[in-house]
Design a binder for this molecule. Structure first.
Ligand code: ATP
Ligand code: MG
Length: 509
């Protein structure tokens, strides 16, 4: 083969592995033809899924051709090329209509007498496209050796296949991305919102909105059950990273010995059992957010590694010396007082300062003025949906009871209390949750029950005393394994007298 020609072919072969965009690659092929074959016009077609031949690069032809699609049946020359696995030549006298009539740019084109040559392009026996050459010089293609055409055709076919595969991969990738985003959106809508009307919650909302826009690290603090995780989701959802995932890491539950790999990944063979290389949570969060929950529990050794990733924006998988750049926003949460932990040497001061750029403190439930009624309404709605009980309500007395509690376990404790009392009410076929449905530590205390014996409004002494007697008898009866003889002993009175009194007070029928 000609020295010049092999250079052009080599050039095209190298181009196969380059990462130019597809249009540039098609054009590169056509430019190569121009250098190897004596022709005035050339075109590269791909055979699309609908059975059309679509020109993707042309030379010596009006660019308008690129906007056309050719149905082979309507263009006998193209069809003939398609059906052959050899080069097909049409000489100047060929009567078959020319698909490019009128679009040849050559000055002699109006004579409309020219030679044509075409070659179908196959990969693994499948048609992927075809090439056409036109020359104004009659007999121009006679001298071309078949091997040259074949070599070129093989290269062109491989190029088309490569581009096709890359396009398919990109399409798949795009689809995958779309699926991921949809799933994230769905998951988010299930996460629930930050309920509350108190000034404290409004302040929290405004802090979240301010912080969310930035890329700074956020440290969320607050007692257990106040909603730190909810706040973290809210920060991420309002950030410009919201279409990317927020990767969750529970620092208190990192598997021992595997914690570093969990966070930063590992390469194959990094340790016994590392049969495949694996990305860590930081890599998975690239472009998005990582949520380090229970940050206060992170072992000191990992604190050092985490600090390095934050400072340098790059990480190394366990067992690898390659540095990987990651772009991750960090949100951390803890119910510990990290300042105290730092003072006690349990938490690195430098890491604390890095993460504490934007502290968000979530107030305890007892400090949120007036939030218990709305939160109870919201949480009860959840219970109604969960158990499919549309008619379930909270008695005002029960609500008042809830409002008096200190709630050391905050919203989570309120939620559990409501769920348990709802279940008790449902079990007893009742639709209104009363104070007696609460856990025993929440039921009215003796002092509170006693208040009914000291009425705010006028009431007869006799009926008040009788009510007290009634309660006393019931109480004693419960304490006495529900037997009258023991109840009489408990109240230190005669069994007969007790029974008559119980009947008179309508404690027994
Ligand atoms: N303001 C709120 N509105 C609605 N639901 C809330 C609110 N705050 C908390 N919750 C709910 O209370 C429960 C506990 O919240 P979350 O898990 O976010 O608390 P936490 O602060 O992370 O607790 P811990 O420190 O124990 O991990 C969750 O079910 C959450 O949805
Ligand atoms: Mg939490």
């Amino acid at each position: 083969m000609h020295q010049h020609m092999s250079q052009v072919l080599l050039d095209i072969a190298l181009n196969l592995t380059s990462n130019q965009n597809s249009d540039a690659q098609y054009q590169h092929l056509i430019d190569g033809i121009d250098q190897v074959f004596p022709c005035d016009a050339s075109a590269l077609f791909i055979f699309d899924q609908d059975g059309f031949l679509v020109p993707v690069a042309v030379k010596g032809l009006a660019n308008s051709v690129l906007g056309r699609r050719f149905f082979p049946k309507a263009h006998p020359r193209l069809e003939a090329i398609m059906q052959s696995k050899q080069p097909v030549r049409f000489d100047a006298n060929c009567p078959l209509p020319d698909p490019f009539s009128g679009v040849l740019l050559s000055e002699e084109a109006e004579l409309d007498v020219h030679d044509c040559l075409g070659r179908s392009l196959h990969v693994d026996g499948q048609l992927v496209g075809l090439l056409t050459l036109d020359s104004m010089t009659v007999g121009a293609f006679d001298a071309i050796e078949s091997v040259t055409i074949e070599t070129f055709a093989a290269l062109a076919a491989a190029t088309l296949r490569n581009i096709g595969q890359i396009k398919a991969l990109k399409a798949q990738n795009k689809k995958q991305k779309h699926v991921t985003e949809t799933l994230i959106q769905q998951a988010r809508s299930k996460e629930g919102e930050l309920v509350g009307l108190s000034p404290q919650i409004n302040q929290l909302r405004s802090n979240i909105a301010t912080v969310a826009k930035s890329d700074y690290a956020v440290l969320i603090t607050g007692e257990t059950g106040v909603g730190k995780e909810l706040v973290a989701h809210s920060v991420h959802a309002q950030s410009h990273r919201s279409t990317k995932p927020m990767i969750y890491v529970n620092c208190a539950a990192l598997p021992e010995g595997l914690a570093e790999s969990e966070l930063f990944g590992h390469v194959k063979g990094a340790f016994t059992g590392a049969n495949h290389s694996r990305a860590g949570k930081f890599e998975l969060a690239d472009g998005g957010t990582i949520f380090l929950d229970e940050l206060g529990e992170l072992p000191l050794l990992l604190q050092a590694k985490l600090l390095r990733v934050i400072q340098q924006g790059e990480l190394q998988r366990v067992g690898s010396d390659k540095h990987l750049l990651v772009n991750v926003r960090i949100i951390a949460a803890t119910n510990r007082n990290l300042e105290q932990e730092v003072a006690a040497g349990q938490f690195r001061a430098d890491l604390y300062h890095r993460l504490n750029v934007f502290p968000i403190s979530v107030p305890p439930l007892r400090k949120r003025e007036g939030d218990i009624p709305v939160l109870s309404g919201y949480l009860l709605e959840k219970v109604r949906n969960q158990f499919n009980i549309p008619n379930l309500h909270l008695h005002p007395k029960a609500l008042a009871q809830l409002e008096r509690q200190p709630w050391p376990g905050n919203v989570r404790e309120l939620e559990h209390t409501l769920t348990r009392s709802a279940l008790r009410a449902i079990q007893q076929n009742e639709t209104i949750i009363q104070p007696r449905h609460f856990d025993s530590d929440l039921r009215p205390t003796d002092a509170q029950s006693a208040s009914k014996y000291f009425p705010q409004q006028s009431a007869g002494l006799r009926s008040l005393v009788e009510e007290y007697q009634r309660d006393l008898i019931v109480h004693a009866y419960e304490k006495s394994e529900q037997t009258w003889s023991k109840t009489a002993e408990f109240l230190q009175m005669d069994r007969g007298n007790l029974y008559r009194m119980a009947k008179k007070l309508k404690v027994v029928g």
